[in-house]
Design a protein around this ligand. Structure first.
Ligand code: 0WK
Ligand code: 0WK
Ligand code: BGC
Length: 819
């Protein structure tokens, strides 16, 4: 057993050293959020240049009008042919639309290779080849006796003046066909088809593959107004307002613009981000100086980028003991399929060894780990850059619609996106259509996703405040009747109860005012056994009063009728500071006959039942309010209280057909259970623990929050478990951050100020103990509420102190009113 731990420790250390080594060597390829935000801003500027008639000729990003003016509306009907050139294969399709009266489509396809002699031959041969393939397809589909309309997907930059005509501006990717540039590719295809007497088709439309992808997805999802390709090449299109397209007459409606974002940077706009490897790759490419953005992203180039990096690292003795092999010196020797294989989750490392061995590099364990990380960095940059440009398009769409928040769908296709092991997790769950949903990874795209979450919070906050919404609102926005903050005049002895966190505490709080202004606390922690948490309400409150009695004994203050503040950390609808009806239990509590009851009355009842001492219950407060008050006593800027512990504020999120309570995605009590479920799933797939699910792993609640905090600090299974824990807690921290960002942003808007300085009082074991939670939460708030300077103040003394302060303030206000 000790040996296994030693081995795992050795491997973790080895891995960290190699990762650090590669991170240092490739620091230029790691793009921070700020840099990606800047890339998004630069791309926005490029889009404007491309759209304007006077700047378009010199613009790198050509923003080509597609003459596609609208998305499918379901009335489309009939049988069509399509040929699709420009991706990794030539595709021929037979498409039947709504031939059963219902909105449906049937697709029959055949794929044809695009050999070098075709992609680098002459124009006539290319179009003849396309016509031959179509003829073969129509044979196999027995379509030759039909006169059919045809759509031509031609995935290269074409200047169009109408839907069925397009002049090729230049070849990209692995195509370099002579005699086509500057010509209309539709008439070229037409001519080639006419050579086939037995074919009678009408080429009615020429579209870019991004436009075709947007229409394909738009047929199923009318919100789809962006098309994205991440494959051999990369590109995006979107629906632009006609009034912004000065290259085409007319201001009404919209038209799809093929951005041709692959050329972003061809005018030097990205030179500060391009590395020596990017420049070397470009010099060795078919089109030096062109498609520079594409060359940092798409699958035709990523393998070569990795090779150039490994070659340089080897020459500098950082890999393979400095021994270069002939294969490593050979251009194109490492392809995208190798990069994807090396990044595979489970077999990635063994694939890496195999591939490097095939390249005659005789890798050490260290070399394999380092090379795998090089692949990850190259892929990550690719996804990040794509996300930055997409974020720019999404922002433009939203601005065009003058919306604060826009819901939209992006249609995606392309081999890299579909097959790369982690590309998807950087983008979305299912292939093809995507709405920018919430996902957690460090890409600008996830920033967009997170803002979705943040703004959803804003909507729910507004909604929860409305009187008429009280019944339906999920974010309840419960008034607390705490209207004043301590002003330093509070003084006296107060009792406080703190129920609902991990521990139940009874506290004596002594508050001094004036120059000796201070708060002293004495507290005792008591357990709340499960059978009490889930017994009857009477048993629960009798237990609470028992603890108070023990505490008063322990402190020798039984006779004193002290004012008491009751921190009751469950949702209560209050009608005054000392009245609170329990809306519903959360966490592990389920005591009967309590929901819908006033918890202060129940406590008073229990004290009466015991008939041993009497207390003046002045206030019932939630632990977030107590925490805010505790911190507010030190920092008057503290206007928000946050608990990230066993629980966090409750809020439902719609996902697929089930409702997942926000709390169950963010709070300590549930994170462990989520990790356990994921580990069982990975084990069932044989990815973990050699597929063996142990008894303990089957046991609910086996993974407590504290384990997560400990695990995230040690052979392959433990690395996977560590990654799972990291993913689950990172998401929790992000969601929490998004919620809090909405709250501080709302505060700023309420104040009508440009910048807001505010303090958030925080408590809770997850926030206090988890190694990364607090940092990630703070970063997310900073990202999503950039106009708020938020200070996070850890509440060392707990919310009980706050409850006592609230009691003191309530007493002070009461006395003032009475006088
Ligand atoms: C599939 C689309 C096609 C597009 C291709 C791009 O149907 O129009 O060109 O994706 O992906 P690739 O084949 O380059 O990986
Ligand atoms: C300490 C506070 C208490 C709150 C608890 C939450 O004094 O009111 O309920 O933090 O953290 P947890 O114990 O649930 O981790
Ligand atoms: C082409 C685009 C195409 C993209 C994806 C790029 O090289 O310029 O027209 O959409 O590849 O296939």
């Amino acid at each position: 057993m000790f040996a296994v731990h030693l081995l795992a420790f050795h491997f973790t250390k080895l891995k960290e050293d190699q990762i650090t080594k590669v991170d240092r060597f490739l620091h230029q390829l790691r793009l921070s959020d700020d840099v990606l935000q800047d890339v998004a801003a630069r791309f926005q500027a490029e889009m404007l240049k491309g759209l304007a008639r006077d700047t378009n000729p010199t613009a790198a990003v050509k923003m080509l009008p597609s003459f596609v003016r609208s998305l499918p509306d379901g009335s489309e009907k009939g049988e069509f042919l399509a040929v699709d050139l420009g991706g990794s294969q030539l595709r021929a399709h037979q498409v039947r639309v709504s031939d059963d009266g219902k909105q449906s489509s049937q697709l029959e396809s055949k794929f044809y290779p695009t050999p070098k002699e075709v992609t680098q031959g002459n124009g006539a041969e290319l179009f003849d080849y396309i016509a031959d393939c179509l003829s073969d397809f129509m044979d196999t589909r027995n379509l030759k006796q039909k006169k059919l309309p045809l759509g031509f997907t031609f995935s290269f930059p074409c200047k169009q003046t109408k839907l069925d005509e397009g002049v090729l501006l230049e070849w990209t990717k692995h195509f370099r066909v002579r005699g086509v540039q500057g010509t209309d590719v539709v008439s070229s295809l037409h001519r080639a088809l006419q050579k086939h007497q037995d074919i009678d088709v009408d080429v009615l439309a020429l579209v870019n593959d991004t436009v075709g992808t947007m229409m394909t997805c738009g047929y199923d999802d009318p919100r789809c107004e962006v098309g994205l390709i991440i494959g051999t090449g990369t590109n995006a299109c979107y629906m632009e307002e006609m009034r912004h397209i000065s290259l085409v007459e007319g201001d009404e409606g919209r038209m799809c613009i093929n951005t041709e974002w692959g050329a972003f940077g061809d005018d030097g706009a990205l030179d500060d981000l391009r590395t020596e490897f990017d420049r070397e790759l470009d010099l060795g490419s078919l089109n030096p100086g062109k498609q520079l953005f594409e060359k940092m992203i798409s699958s035709l180039y990523l393998g070569e980028l990795v090779r150039l990096i490994l070659l340089k690292m080897t020459k500098e003795g950082l890999l393979f003991n400095g021994k270069v092999s002939a294969a490593l010196l050979t251009k194109g020797k490492i392809e995208m399929k190798h990069v994807s294989a090396m990044e595979k989750y489970k077999e990635g490392l063994s694939n890496t060894r195999e591939i490097l061995t095939e390249l005659k590099l005789f890798p050490s364990e260290e070399d394999c780990v380092a090379v795998q990380h090089v692949c990850t960095i190259v892929s990550f940059r690719s996804a990040n850059l794509c996300a930055a440009a997409l974020a720019a398009i999404l922002t433009r769409l939203r601005d065009n619609k003058k919306l604060l928040r826009m819901r939209t769908t992006v249609g995606i296709d392309g081999g890299l996106y579909k097959t790369h092991p982690s590309q998807k997790c950087l983008w979305g769950e299912t292939p093809h259509t995507h709405s920018p949903k919430c996902l957690w990874g460090e890409t600008p795209h996830t920033q967009a996703a997170k803002s979705v979450c943040g703004v959803k919070h804003c909507d729910s906050l507004e909604y929860g405040l409305k009187r008429e919404a009280q019944g339906q609102a999920t974010v309840k926005m419960l008034p607390t009747y705490v209207c004043g903050m301590p002003d330093g005049t509070e003084k006296g002895k107060f009792l406080a109860l703190d129920l609902g966190g991990t521990n139940f505490r009874v506290l004596l709080v002594k508050i001094k005012s004036g120059r000796r202004r201070s708060v002293q606390m004495y507290n005792k922690i008591f357990a709340i056994p499960l059978e009490i948490m889930q017994g009857t309400g009477e048993e629960l409150f009798d237990h609470i009063v028992q603890c108070i009695a023990d505490f008063l004994d322990y402190m020798g203050i039984k006779g004193a009728r002290l004012p008491l503040g009751f921190t009751f950390s469950f949702p209560c609808r209050q009608t005054s500071i000392d009245k609170g009806t329990l809306v519903g239990w959360t966490k592990g509590f389920k005591a009967t006959d309590c929901e819908g009851e006033d918890v202060v009355d129940m406590l008073r009842e229990a004290i009466r039942r015991r008939n041993e001492f009497d207390l003046d219950i002045v206030a019932v407060v939630n632990d977030t309010v107590g925490t805010m008050m505790t911190c507010g006593y030190e920092d008057p800027n503290c206007e928000i209280g946050l608990i990230a512990g066993t629980v966090v504020a409750k809020w439902p999120l719609r996902e697929g057909s089930t409702y997942v309570e926000y709390e169950k995605m963010t709070s300590g009590m549930y994170l462990g259970e989520i990790v356990r479920e994921i580990l069982i799933d990975l084990t069932k797939q044989g990815l973990l623990f050699r597929g063996h699910i142990s008894e303990s792993l089957r046991k609910r609640g086996i993974f407590e929050t504290k384990f997560l905090s400990q695990i995230e600090s040690t052979c392959e299974d433990s690395i996977i478990v560590k990654e799972v824990c990291a993913a689950v807690s990172t998401r929790a921290a992000r969601l929490c951050g998004a919620g809090l960002a909405a709250v501080v942003e709302k505060r700023r808007q309420n104040r009508g100020v440009e910048r807001l300085q505010i303090t958030v009082g925080v408590d809770g074991t997850l926030y206090k103990l988890h190694p990364h939670f607090s940092r990630i939460l703070q970063e997310t708030v900073k990202e999503l509420a950039p106009q708020c300077d938020v200070t996070f103040m850890l509440s060392e003394d707990g919310s009980g102190k706050g409850a006592a302060l609230i009691t003191a303030v309530a007493k002070r206000l009461k006395n003032q009113n009475n006088n």
